[in-house]
Design a protein around this ligand. Structure first.
Ligand code: ADP
Ligand code: MG
Ligand code: MG
Length: 886
């Protein structure tokens, strides 16, 4: 067996890493007996070798030539043979699908001689020259680096001169002239000629595909999709079949189900008399597959049968690229297809019902990110006026933004914080940065399988494409709707991707059906039912409990409706704001113990009421209440504003307000250069007398109140920012003293577990000792990330994370997805040593990471008992906790 080259007959989908997804799946289709033009695959390993050494791997040329000879023998003709040329395509294909990001060259083997032979044997001069112009153009741009736009311009001006609405209206001599023009563009642009040697064409095309792995847009795509940069692409060399041989030929794209809704049944676009990318590029408008059924029922039936074979074999929705050559159907590509979140849930539920997959597999096929998308708001139907345009509903959701007409402008405005909608006649892979930056994509041409649609669905972006009611004038930076509305760049428009509608202005948003169903239990529609089924299964298999971060009875009630099993973090600081501010100021400014006690006493009943409300809503479930965490000066007015006020008063000769002066003194006294590392958390409790006692008393009295009402309150008291066990021991003594006091006063014994946040590296590293004083640990991963990396969480994300992400220091912000190696290691140490010291120690997490899918999988493996996240993330966390347990 060769080292770098596999024949299709020796491959299979299990070799995707080596053969790329495209090559491996072609081999798999051969295995299934489907009609695939023969060919061979150069491995990703050859590509990696080439990219690291910048040299063609030794022996590769010989292997390729051996496999080519085999291909020629079966075909009975040689590559580029003058009187009857064998032609091949050279196709990129990485392990993970990167649609349109790398290069493919078709019709390799044509030259000035063989084009005549091809015309002769096929009986169509037009076809031969059409194929040749395609080769010269693709080779010129991909291999020789001539700008694609130059070729497009030449095509456009020829079409204008010939008054041809599209390329089909150009005849053989037009196309022959185009070949001459293209060759001249290559010569002018590179100083070299388009190579006439078929062997040279093949060799250079393979190397160009290798190089396309590192094309700018491919790198950007990988970064966004978290695909490693060092995998390399495989190269598939395959005998050409021809969809451009006349009206009984054509090319198409199909899905085994509708990728937007999940509805079963063959779905796709077809373009008669076309080759390769014509369907997706939008060069001509494709027709629905139903048209193929009319034109060529036999090929349609075969396609439908093959689609079914593939779906049963892959047990999933597949997408398919195919070509019909004079009534014969050829399969050119398949893979498990991208789909919308809605379709993912619908398809998973249906495949489970059909018995193709089990409930676990069904759960594995959906995702928390997808669920979050389904929970996004939709346009308010009552506030929606008439759309200014309709198009193909290519990727669902609702988005509002300023219309922009090129990728660079989209990226520029988005970087400045503006929401934009990218409007293009059609998109190409070069538009990727703009699509990433935009809220939605709107195109004038192309169907559900166009580039814009496929990429947008993959990214979960709203997309309406093929909106024939609009005329896009990218140069003038505006589009005109059929009703005459002119939308200039910067005008706000609203795009609805489920209905395919475009509105002028900003349409207000309302809750989605999924959101309403999850919150209120109302059930309408199959997607909502599919979501509920996935969640039910997740609940049945997950080990992690899911709690919510909530500080108000309203938030807590919502969290409970979403399925929260408790409150993992109640932040008490909001209870110190609003009209209570004055009391808090009094407490901070108190000059004597008596003054401070008075202020605290005034705060006590308010706090008690807060806690009683929460405990009532969460009756029977744990409510973890964190003692006051932020530095006290956060509750005083802004230092600069205050200083200015005092200075202004002084300057105008009036005596400044005495209260202002007093406040300013206090603010100045308490000012810290690094408040995040300053007097906060447990430190505050240890140095401000009476503060902890007041909060604990409020909790205890609330518990008593609820107990007397016959309820089952389960308050837990959490001490923040502990770094040393001594801190916790001191705080805990105070907590227990007050609990006992309230118990004695009321005759109702109050039992509240006392635990601590683990949010400093020192706490994690001394967890064994801290656990002696803590009944539970709750990982405050926001602070733990901040203190482990030394990143100020309030500053770094804007300051330099974009550059860090760009340079690949990390694939996502560690504040978004838990850093498993550093912060995660501390979590593991703390869990392990904490449990060793106290086997029944409860462990959870209450940072932002508690709602992040990837982080949830980490917490599952690390053995935590629960995650806690914002109420809206609770369903997402339930789903991901279930998936983590599979
Ligand atoms: P991409 O990864 O961008 O989809 P492909 O390698 O799939 O690129 O090629 C694009 C299109 O070119 C295919 O969808 C198919 O229509 C056409 N194509 C590729 N190889 C052949 C071939 N051997 N015969 C006919 N058409 C081909
Ligand atoms: Mg393809
Ligand atoms: Mg914290």
């Amino acid at each position: 067996m060769d080292h770098y080259v596999y024949d299709f007959r020796n491959g299979g989908r299990e070799l995707a890493g080596l053969l790329g997804g495209k090559g491996a799946n072609l081999a798999e289709m051969v295995r299934l007996g489907l009609p695939v033009p023969p060919g061979f695959i150069v491995t990703t390993e050859a590509c990696r070798t080439f990219l690291t050494t910048s040299e063609e791997p030794a022996g590769l040329a010989a292997e390729v030539s051996r496999h080519l000879t085999a291909l020629e023998t079966t075909a009975g003709r040689r590559l580029g043979q003058a009187d009857d040329p064998l032609l091949v395509s050279v196709r990129s294909g990485a392990r993970f699908s990167m649609p349109g990001m790398m290069e493919t060259v078709l019709d390799i083997g044509l030259n000035d001689d063989s084009v005549l032979g091809l015309a002769e044997v096929s009986g169509s001069e037009r076809f031969a020259w059409d194929s040749y112009r395609r080769l010269v153009q693709m080779y010129g741009s991909t291999v020789m680096g001539v700008g694609q736009a130059l070729f497009d311009e030449a095509m456009t001006s020829l079409r204008k001169a010939r008054d041809a609405p599209d390329d089909l209206h150009l005849d053989a001599s037009d196309l022959a002239r185009l070949v001459e023009t293209y060759k001249r563009l290559i010569r002018d642009g590179t100083g070299r000629d388009f190579p006439q040697s078929p062997a040279e064409q093949l060799r250079q095309a393979i190397l160009a595909v290798f190089r396309s792995w590192n094309a700018e847009r491919a790198r950007l795509y990988r970064r966004r999709e978290h695909i490693p940069d060092d995998l390399g692409t495989a190269v598939t060399v395959q005998r050409m079949v021809f969809g451009n041989l006349g009206p009984d030929s054509g090319s198409g794209v199909a899905f085994t189900r509708d990728p937007a809704t999940g509805r079963p049944g063959l779905y796709g676009d077809y373009l008669p008399n076309a080759q390769g990318e014509d369907v997706v590029s939008g060069a001509r408008n494709a027709v629905p597959l139903a048209e193929l059924e009319r034109l060529d029922p036999r090929s349609y039936r075969r396609l439908r049968d093959h689609a079914q074979t593939l779906e049963r074999h892959y047990r999933d929705l597949c997408d398919i690229e195919f070509t019909v050559e004079r009534g014969t159907l050829w399969m050119l590509q398949t893979r498990v297809g991208k789909r919308t979140a809605e379709a993912a849930f619908a398809i998973a539920a249906e495949l489970v019902d059909e018995g193709l997959i089990g409930a676990d597999e069904g759960l594995a096929r959906v995702s928390g990110d997808g669920l979050a998308r389904l929970m996004f708001p939709r346009f308010d139907a009552t506030a929606v006026g008439d759309p200014i345009a309709h198009g193909v509903p290519a990727s669902p959701g609702a988005a509002v933004g300023a219309a922009v007409f090129d990728s660079a402008e989209a990226a520029r405005r988005a970087a400045a914080g503006e929401k934009v909608v990218l409007v293009r006649e059609e998109t190409t892979p070069d538009d990727l940065p703009g699509m990433v930056a935009a809220q939605a994509v709107l195109t004038g041409r192309g169907g559900k399988t166009s580039h814009a649609a496929v990429v947008a669905r993959g990214m979960g972006k709203v997309c309406v494409c093929g909106a024939q009611d609009i005329t896009v004038d990218a140069e003038a930076r505006r589009f005109t709707a059929r009703d005459g509305t002119v939308v200039e760049e910067g005008t706000v428009i609203s795009v609805e991707g489920s209905a395919g509608a475009v509105y002028l202005g900003a349409v207000p948003l309302v809750a989605s059906a999924t959101m309403r169903s999850l919150e209120g239990g109302e059930q309408d529609g199959s997607v909502v039912a599919a979501v509920r089924r996935a969640l039910e299964h997740a609940d049945a298999v997950r080990r992690l409990e899911v709690r919510a971060n909530a500080d108000t009875p309203q938030d807590a009630a919502r969290a409970r409706r979403f399925g929260a099993q408790g409150i993992g973090l109640c932040r008490t600081e909001h209870m110190f704001l609003g009209e209570r501010r004055e009391l808090v100021e009094d407490m901070i400014l108190a000059r004597t113990d008596a003054e401070r006690d008075r202020a605290l006493a005034a705060l006590l009943p308010l706090q008690r009421k807060d806690f009683a409300g929460l405990l009532e809503v969460m009756d029977g479930l744990p409510v973890t209440i964190r003692l006051l965490d932020p530095p006290l000066h956060e509750f005083l007015p802004d230092r600069i504003a205050l200083a200015v006020r005092v200075a202004v008063a002084e300057a105008t000769g009036r005596p400044p307000d005495a209260h202002d002066v007093e406040l300013l003194g206090a603010v100045n006294r308490m000012h810290e250069e690094n408040p995040m590392l300053g007097l906060r958390g447990v430190r505050l409790g240890l140095v401000v007398p009476g503060l902890v006692a007041m909060q604990v008393r409020a909790i205890a009295e609330a518990v008593v109140e609820r107990t007397r009402a016959g309820a089952s309150p389960r308050a837990e008291i959490m001490v923040p920012l502990v770094g040393a066990v001594e801190e916790l021991r001191l705080a805990r003594e105070e907590v227990e003293r007050v609990l006992a006091e309230v118990g004695a006063e009321t005759g109702v014994p109050v039992r509240c577990p006392v635990g601590t946040m683990i949010e400093l590296p020192r706490a994690a590293l001394t967890a064994g000792r801290i656990a002696k004083e803590a009944e539970f640990f709750s990982f405050g991963t926001n602070d733990l990330t901040q203190t482990t990396w030394g990143f100020s969480r309030d500053d770094v994300e804007a300051a330099f994370f974009p550059a860090y992400l760009d340079k690949g220091v990390f694939p996502t912000s560690p504040f978004e997805t838990l850093d498993p190696e550093g912060v995660g290691r501390l979590v593991r140490i703390a869990v392990e040593e904490g449990r060793a010291a106290r086997p029944d120690l409860q462990t959870g997490v209450c940072g932002e990471h508690g709602g992040d899918p990837e982080s949830i999988h980490f917490f599952h493996t690390a053995g935590l008992d629960y995650v806690s996240c914002s109420p809206f993330r609770v369903p997402v966390a339930r789903l991901e906790a279930g998936r983590a347990a599979l």
